[in-house]
Each structure stands twice: as structure tokens, then as C-alpha cells.
Design a protein around this ligand. Structure first.
Ligand SMILES: [Mn+2]
Length: 380
């Protein structure tokens, strides 16, 4: 029988405390007691694991508070992220002790001024959490700096492979000292493994083109704190296999699995990323066009941009699908293509239903969503 780790117990007790605090109706409420840590709306491995790591250290520094990480998705979407479930399971962290978007969206108004820390994003883009925009206290991120929350402390926004790298680097001295004490050594080991999950996944085990020197340095430091017998390649391969598993997921599921939404100049854009190419989709998910339309309808989105990434062996490493649901979405797509078709190297592959759905090969394989989003914003 295995006992819950200290990290698991901390998540559990903060989860309970959170509900005590928000259900407390007496007059002398100390809203400051509650502090949120949020990852971005795609709720990928980087965002979710890093929010727990960050919350753990912040709780350690600010004992008088109740620091709760939350996952920026409805709880029923957790099943779409098998690599995240796998990492949580390795560390025996129960998903029952985690807070999701549903809870935070319905938090009583008096908590809108509770401090919030952002990891893996630097703007509160989901409307459900926009109410916290006046109380952002800290930001650590690796996306393009949108110039918000200039007084946040920390405010670290730097390009590198994984946000986990920056968060681990920021708290490294604390991790070191926790690891030195016998009492907290096991916690430190858990935290190191938790941080290494996204760090290795995002950098392809420190080998892909996104990997920076900082990622490598920080990973090397974290390797000193992992439990004895922990095997880096085995760990990476296990998570990677889970991430690459598409079994049991409909095309609709894949659209929700790694989704971001934007509203440049009031045009609503949904931008899912999928780790497969169009050939695979046509062959294995033959209802995809219908599901794409239903998805756009459900989200009431003007334009859907799907970023497809293929394996290294194929000629094109990336492809892109555009679906114009509304006229507004259509004219935005025209503007986007006019401005950026060339630098993205978009070559028309298929034109479906009178131009409503278009599929492109994308020659510029370095242009991931992180790079394309500023181009979209540039079209306003
Ligand atoms: Mn990230």
C-alpha cells in the first residue's frame, strides 16, 4: 500500500481549505487568504504541471495564505490530456483534489480581488477569469510579452522551450534547500519530477529546435533532485507515448484537446493544435468536416484555424486548416492570408465546399502557434 505523499496531502488540504474559505459567509472575510495560480487556457502539460510547482513554492513562502493552482479547463476535459493524467498518476496526485475552471468561474464576487499568479501566459484571455485582471501579482511565461501587469513580481517573460524551465529556475534555491533537509527531501524529488515532465516533453527530451541553453541548464540542475533509480529516457518516452495516443478521441475531442481562443478586433477565432496531418484525419476521422462545423457552431466562433503538426519524416512538418464560419471570419482570413501566406509558406492543398474549408501545406515549419498568434494579432 502506498501512502499519499506530502505534496499530495498539501493539494488535498488546500483544496478543502479553498471550499471552506469560499463558503464562509461571515462579515470579516479575509479575501487575501486565497491566492490563485493559473496556467493558460490550453491547459497543456506545461501549464498544469507548472501551476502546481509554482503554487507549491509560493505556499512555502507565504504560509498565511491558501495557494491553489487551478486548471483552466472544465474538469470533464481532463480525459483529453492523457500525458497529464499519466504524470499526475506517477506522483500519486489525485485529480479530485484539483480545482478547475468551473469552480473559479463561479467564485463569489468578493474573491475577485484575490491575488492571482499566471504561469505559461501573460494575459487573462478567458472571459471566465477576466474578473481577476486587477489583482495579477506574479507572471512567469515563455510566450510573447503582451505588456500587461508591469508591476507584477515576479514578472519573468523570456523565450525558451518550456515555462517549467523559468519557474524551476526562479525557485531553484528553495528547491535545493528543501532537498537538503531529510524532512522535505521526498517533496523536493516529487517537485523535480513534476517540473521535468513538461520541460522534457516541450523540448523533445532537450533535443528539438525549441530547446534553449536555459532549458538544458535548468534540466541538469533538476536531475540532481530526482529520486534514485529515476530514468530520464524511460520517463520521457512514457509521457510522449501518452501524448501521442489518439485512440478513443473523436475529431471533436482533438479540437478541444489543445485549444486557444482569440478575439482580435472582435473577430472570434478558435485555434486548436493537433499532432497529426490531414491525410491521417481524412483516413481515420472521416466525419471531420461535420465535427469541425459543429465545433465552430458550439463555440460561436467566426474563424477556426487548426495547426497540424506532422512527424519529422514527412516533407511538410506542418499544415493548416482554415474554416470560415461567418462572413466576418472570411474577411479576416483573407487579410491574414494576404499578409502572411508568404512568410508561413502556405501552399494550397485542398479547397472544400466553395472555399469555406481550406487546407494548406505550411513550408515554414518553425512557425508554431506561438509564432502565428502575433501574426494574427497583427491583422486587426
Ligand atoms: Mn508552455
Amino acid at each position: 500500500m502506498s501512502f499519499p505523499s506530502k505534496l499530495a496531502k498539501l493539494l488535498e488540504s488546500n483544496y478543502k481549505q479553498y471550499f471552506q474559505i469560499v463558503s464562509e459567509t461571515s462579515a470579516n472575510l479575509q479575501t487575501k487568504n486565497l491566492t490563485f495560480v493559473s496556467g493558460n487556457e490550453s491547459a497543456d502539460l506545461d501549464s498544469c504541471a507548472t501551476s502546481i510547482v509554482y503554487a507549491y513554492f509560493l505556499q512555502h513562502k507565504l504560509r498565511e495564505r491558501c495557494v491553489v493552482p487551478f486548471f483552466n479547463i472544465p474538469k470533464n476535459e481532463l480525459r483529453l490530456r492523457p500525458e497529464l493524467l499519466c504524470l499526475l498518476d506517477m506522483l500519486k496526485l489525485h485529480t479530485d483534489n484539483l480545482i478547475f475552471l468551473n469552480e473559479v468561474a463561479t467564485v463569489p464576487e468578493r474573491f475577485y480581488s484575490s491575488p492571482i499568479h499566471l504561469v505559461d501566459h501573460n494575459a487573462l484571455d478567458r472571459k471566465e477569469v477576466a474578473k481577476f485582471k486587477g489583482s495579477v501579482e506574479g507572471v512567469i511565461d515563455h510566450h510573447k510579452d503582451e505588456g500587461n501587469y508591469l508591476h507584477a513580481n515576479p514578472r519573468i517573460i523570456k523565450e525558451c522551450g518550456s515555462c517549467s524551465t523559468l519557474v524551476s529556475q526562479y525557485f531553484m534555491d528553495l528547491l535545493k534547500s528543501l532537498h537538503e533537509s531529510t524532512e522535505s527531501q521526498k517533496e523536493a524529488e516529487d517537485i523535480a519530477v513534476l517540473a521535468l515532465g513538461p520541460l522534457l516533453i516541450d523540448t523533445g527530451n532537450l533535443k528539438n529546435e525549441k530547446t534553449t541553453d536555459t532549458d538544458v541548464e535548468v534540466a541538469e540542475q533538476l536531475f540532481q533532485f530526482v529520486p534514485s533509480g529515476w530514468d530520464r529516457d524511460e520517463f520521457f518516452n512514457t509521457l510522449k507515448d501518452r501524448k501521442g495516443s489518439f485512440k478513443g478521441f473523436s475529431f471533436m475531442d482533438l479540437l478541444h484537446r489543445d485549444l486557444k481562443q482569440y478575439a482580435p478586433g472582435n473577430v472570434s477565432i478558435s485555434y486548436p493544435s493537433i499532432g497529426k496531418g490531414i491525410d491521417w484525419i481524412v483516413e481515420k476521422r472521416n466525419n471531420w468536416q461535420q465535427e469541425l462545423k459543429e465545433f465552430a457552431e458550439e463555440k460561436q466562433t467566426d474563424l477556426v484555424i487548426i495547426g497540424l503538426s506532422l512527424s519529422k519524416k514527412e516533407e511538410f512538418r506542418r499544415q493548416m486548416i482554415l474554416y470560415r464560419r461567418t462572413k466576418q471570419g472570411g474577411s479576416f482570413a483573407e487579410k491574414f492570408l494576404e499578409k502572411h501566406q508568404k512568410d508561413l509558406g502556405l501552399e494550397l492543398l485542398a479547397n472544400i465546399e466553395g472555399n469555406t474549408i481550406v487546407v494548406f501545406n505550411q513550408r515554414n515549419s518553425a512557425a508554431s502557434r506561438k509564432k502565428v498568434v502575433p501574426m494574427i494579432m497583427d491583422c486587426i
